[in-house]
Design a protein around this ligand. Structure first.
Ligand code: SF4
Ligand code: SF4
Ligand code: SF4
Length: 257
């Protein structure tokens, strides 16, 4: 805490495109009140300071190499509250697509002749290495959800996180279901909170906000039944943003067999 009583906040990035940090910058431009309520001590995209004394850490990006683990643990040891900022930190996002291929091939494709210079291993969400107190899902994050989470943290409350599927928001918007116009959509098993933005603009949901809790029980099964699909069939197509989660579920299922 600063001498003026404001909590100190830091932002960190690991393997990612940094689009979620850009969304944070964008959000704060219209919420100057929040900038008054905290002191930002580290945020590479916005300031040059690199303060190491902070209470709230927002971490963007996935863990993709051994050195990331040490850095994540150091942040965890300092921060009272750690927030996974965006899908790269929350689910390993598109970074985990490389997990589907032999690591050596991936290194050669990306780094060519210098492949051996680069230390890298399977992409994982940060929760695979450290305890996470809150998540802000999405690729990128929703700017208003970021503001809601920060306000909750400042009030000492648990940040709100929808546990129902995108279909609920989609139906409230009275959208035509993608399945009714011959498109595919992962809304029935994807966590809501984005306002069903993709179906609203005519595209099927790709699942960037990760699974709802217990998809087998909580999916909008009536939507899937209309399309002749099952929860399992739809989750098998969750590769774009959720390769890590699908693999983890599969490994978990095999372990319990
Ligand atoms: S979640 Fe998406 S927008 Fe955010 S850092 Fe990762 S790839 Fe970029
Ligand atoms: S399946 Fe997709 S388009 Fe259909 S209701 Fe659900 S979110 Fe909307
Ligand atoms: S509709 Fe699906 S893919 Fe689009 S932002 Fe929402 S969760 Fe992400």
């Amino acid at each position: 805490m600063t001498s003026n009583g404001k909590p100190k906040v830091a932002f960190f990035d690991f393997a990612c495109c940094e689009g979620c940090q850009l969304t944070v910058v964008d959000s704060l431009q219209t919420h100057l009140d929040l900038l008054e309520a905290v002191e930002i001590v580290q945020f590479r995209e916005a300031i040059s300071d690199r303060g190491e004394d902070y209470q709230i850490a927002f971490i963007e990006g996935s863990c993709t190499r051994q050195a990331d683990e040490e850095r994540l643990r150091k942040i965890r040891a300092q921060a009272s509250v750690v927030v996974a900022l965006g899908a790269c930190a929350h689910t390993a996002c598109v970074n985990a697509l490389k997990n589907l291929h032999p690591l050596e091939d991936v290194r050669r494709w990306v780094y060519g002749d210098q492949a051996e210079w680069y230390d890298t291993y399977e992409a994982r969400p940060i929760s695979a290495v450290i305890e996470v107190d809150a998540i802000i899902p999405g690729c990128p994050i929703d700017r208003e959800e970021f503001i809601r989470v920060v306000k909750a943290l400042l009030l000492g409350k648990k940040p709100p996180l929808p546990d129902y599927p995108v279909c609920v928001e989609c139906k409230l918007k009275e959208n035509v279901c993608m399945f009714h116009i011959g498109k595919f959509c992962m809304g029935p098993v994807t966590r809501a909170g984005c306002g069903a933005i993709c179906p609203t603009y005519g595209d099927g949901c790709e699942g960037c906000r990760g699974f709802i809790p217990a998809p087998n029980e909580n999916a909008m099964k009536d939507v899937l039944a209309d399309a002749g699909l099952t929860v399992e069939a739809i989750m098998a197509r969750f590769t774009m943003f959720n390769t890590y989660l699908v693999s983890a579920r599969k490994a978990d299922g095999e372990e319990r067999r």
